[in-house]
Design a protein around this ligand. Structure first.
Ligand code: UDP
Ligand code: MG
Length: 314
């Protein structure tokens, strides 16, 4: 098989079937031999029924991995990569935002550029609010100044990869998965291809601001020690400043004989330092907590069944 297409789906009952039809049409026209791996990430609607129906009617190889609960998109991508068999592997969303024509263009690019290992879609024109776009820009600034690998703004997990890169990603089996980081971490030559994302074909986005914020924290904590360095720097600055202030008070008392400054200064200093200490504990806690979960070596996902239509094809 030339191309395995991995599609993580969580409550996408409206779009999986039209998306599959579109894939068949586009790849049929472009003469790309392909198979699809759907991962049902514990959907609560009728996505799993839709996927089973697709596997039944499909004329190309289709696998459906059904998770026992919602494990998140990152886990779904990992499960999909494990099941992919093609020479190339594509990862795309199940909501029809990623155009199949772009996947076909990526495949053609890899065909004509043997030295390139992967092609990643970059979304330059985003349809989103200014607050969200401000936070996203800040995220890339912070992470790129601190991390040793590069994070490309606008590049998501919409990609086509060659087999060696798929194997490399699978070898990174950590529990807290942040795919933008893993793609950069494993290296390889990536070509960035501009594309315009479409509107969702139906349903609604699974990302709330809170979820996005947690995800950004996963990235920053997973790929940098910047928050810890920030603590060290803050602690050092405060210690030096306090020491200078101490000397200042002692000298003032000895030379002028002035009494110690008032309650307000004392109270605000205690509160400020208390706040910084709790923040520090929180940051260290984030690292320790992740370490704790990671050392349990729990599986990244649990699949309750895998449907394959290979037999029919054979
Ligand atoms: N998704 C998933 N598990 C989740 C959340 C999302 O598999 O817990 C899938 C979702 O079905 C979709 C893709 O990840 O195919 C991208 O999700 P979404 O469209 O909500 O994200 P957005 O396009 O808004 O960034
Ligand atoms: Mg989407």
């Amino acid at each position: 098989m030339k191309l395995s297409v991995i599609i993580p789906c969580y409550n996408e009952e409206e779009t999986v079937s039209p998306l599959f039809d579109e894939l068949c049409e586009v790849f049929g026209e472009r003469r790309i031999d392909f198979g699809v791996v759907f991962v049902d990430d514990g959907s609560k609607d009728s996505t799993s029924k839709e996927l089973a129906a697709i596997a039944k009617r499909a004329e190309c190889p289709v696998k459906v991995v059904c998770f026992s609960r919602n494990f998140g998109k990152e886990a779904a991508i990992y499960a999909g990569l494990e099941q992919s068999e093609g020479e190339y592997t594509a990862i795309m969303d199940g909501d029809m935002q990623h155009p199949p024509q772009v996947v076909a263009d990526m495949v053609e690019y890899l065909d004509s550029h043997p030295e390139t290992d992967s092609v990643a879609g970059v979304q330059n024109k985003r349809i989103e609010g200014c607050v969200l776009s401000f936070f996203k820009r800040s995220f890339y600034k912070i992470i790129n100044s601190a991390a040793s690998v590069e994070f490309v703004s606008g590049a998501s997990d919409f990609r086509v990869l060659r087999r060696p890169m798929v194997d490399a990603i699978l070898s990174v089996s950590e529990y807290y998965r942040f795919s933008k980081g893993i793609f950069s971490y494993v290296g390889f030559d990536t070509h960035y291809m501009d594309y315009v994302a479409r509107e969702r074909g139906g349903g609604k986005t699974k990302w709330s601001f809170r979820k996005l914020f947690r995800y950004a924290m996963d990235g920053i904590i997973g790929y940098t020690t910047a928050p810890l360095k920030f603590l060290t720097t803050t602690g050092t600055i405060i210690s030096i400043a306090s020491f200078c202030y101490l000397i200042f008070i002692v000298l003032k008392k000895l030379i002028i004989g002035d009494s110690v400054a008032g309650f307000a200064t004392l109270a605000s200093l205690i509160l400020l330092l208390g706040g910084i200490q709790i923040l520090g504990l929180g940051i260290i806690g984030e690292y320790v907590g992740r370490n704790y979960v990671e050392t349990k070596r729990r599986p990244i996902y649990i699949a309750k069944r895998i449907i394959k239509n290979d037999d029919k094809e054979a």
